[in-house]
Design a protein around this ligand. Structure first.
Ligand SMILES: *Cc1c(COP(=O)(O)O)cnc(C)c1O
Length: 404
């Protein structure tokens, strides 16, 4: 069990006030808050051993390189990749997806098919559309039902020998739905299609076992996992990372350069051109250690309680409708109250210190599906409390009274 009172003292921001009210942070699906040890690790790097990595024989460069590579190993262990060189440091989920989409260009032909789901983040739609434009491949979409669950029978029907790639998020950031990724991966492999799982929204709640999943690619962002912004990972199976051409050219990713020919560095450096976000990578490792110390099972169990309590209490508000009602979901609640615009609700409750997301949550196709302009989204993390949910409910009652 988590000691929430103690956990909250790890996060300095939770002592802040917003508009004169104690901060209630319910926008964890957009980015998580950072514990002091993660913040300290960044200060430590810059104040004690800042140097470029993989380039110098000098002591500082060695220290920085060691810390950077140690972090890669922590991430390899956490996600259970077979090799540490299968973990590529990226700027985040969006960049990881773009790397795969760009590097796949030579392997797709006109008429090949790519499958995505109806509940993807824009970052998992647009790069594939761009890949289709470059190659003449066709994008197919797995539809969903009113509860916000994928119609898996339809997925079965979409798979053919033309299918080359399948891309699905593990958890939808707008609805919280947990998708049946093991089934999706195994089915795709029957057709020799490669699968990329977007773990940006699931990785803060569910520790995946990449080898057991047998997934080809997996992406995540540190900033949703209590780490800093501007750093994330792309996991790729060795056979794919060896096959795909590099995404960017530059320093660090080469073995030998002449004006006639360049040979690429071994993995993972082939995909890590230029000076990376060194402090970010180190802090990402610290964040993963922190979360593992709390325990992902403990985190998920507590967040489930928060989700159940919040769902029950919010539904007491007359006219409130929740979008995304799958039994399998993480602690995200997207909702509207009657016909009130989500933006108006968000603005009023912000005055009461409550930070929620409003809008389409980078998932416009989902909003089109429900024929709404957007939702209010409250997303909970393990440092949130039941008392904060009570504050949200009473703030919403006030907002509703003002707006109707
Ligand atoms: C947040 C998120 C992304 C984008 O992540 P960035 O860190 O902004 O690159 C992609 N997919 C899902 C499901 C997300 O929740």
């Amino acid at each position: 069990m988590l000691d929430i009172k103690k956990v909250r003292t790890d996060f300095p921001i939770l002592k802040e006030t917003v508009n004169g009210k104690p901060l209630v942070y319910f926008d964890n699906a957009a980015t998580s808050q950072k514990p002091q040890i993660v913040i300290d690790s960044i200060v430590d790097y810059y104040s004690k051993y800042n140097a470029n990595i993989h380039r110098g024989v000098h002591t500082l460069s060695q220290l920085a390189t060691d810390a950077f590579e140690q972090s890669r190993i922590k991430l390899q262990k956490h996600f259970n990749a077979k090799h540490s060189f299968e973990i590529i440091f990226t700027a985040g989920t969006t960049q990881g997806i773009n790397m795969v989409a760009t590097s796949f260009t030579p392997f797709l032909n006109k008429g090949d098919e790519i499958i995505v789901s109806a509940m993807e983040h824009h970052s998992n739609i647009v790069p594939w559309q761009m890949l289709c434009e470059r190659t003449g491949a066709v994008l197919k979409v797995i539809p969903m039902n009113e509860k916000g669950e994928l119609l898996i029978n339809e997925y079965d029907k979409l798979l053919t020998n033309k299918t080359k790639l399948v891309f699905v998020n593990h958890v939808s950031n707008a609805l919280g739905t947990i998708n049946p990724i093991k089934y999706i991966i195994d089915k795709a492999h029957l057709f020799n299609a490669a699968v990329l799982i977007d773990g940006a929204q699931s990785s803060p709640h569910i520790k995946p076992d990449l080898q057991a999943l047998d997934v080809d690619f997996y992406v995540a962002s540190a900033h949703k996992l209590c780490g800093p912004t501007g750093i994330g990972i792309l996991y790729g199976k060795q056979k794919w990372l060896q096959k795909l051409p590099p995404y960017q050219g530059g320093g660090e990713m080469i073995k030998e350069v002449t004006f006639e020919h360049t040979s690429y560095a071994d993995l993972p450096y082939k995909f890590e051109a230029g000076t990376p976000n060194i402090s970010g990578a180190i802090a990402f490792g610290v964040a993963i250690d922190y979360l593992n110390e709390l325990g992902f099972d403990n985190i998920a169990a507590y967040e489930k309680e928060l989700l159940n309590y919040a769902t029950k209490e919010l539904l007491k508000i007359e006219g409130l409708r929740i979008y995304g009602t799958s039994k399998q979901k993480t602690s995200v609640i997207s909702f509207n109250i009657a016909n009130i615009h989500p933006y108006d609700i968000g603005t009023i409750i912000d005055k009461l210190g409550i930070e929620v997301r409003t809008g389409h949550h980078c998932a416009q196709p989902i909003m089109d599906f429900y024929k709404i302009p957007g939702t209010v989204r409250a997303s909970f993390a393990f440092y949130n409390t039941f008392e904060e949910i009570d504050l949200l409910v009473s703030a919403l009652q006030r907002a509703k009274a003002m707006l109707t």
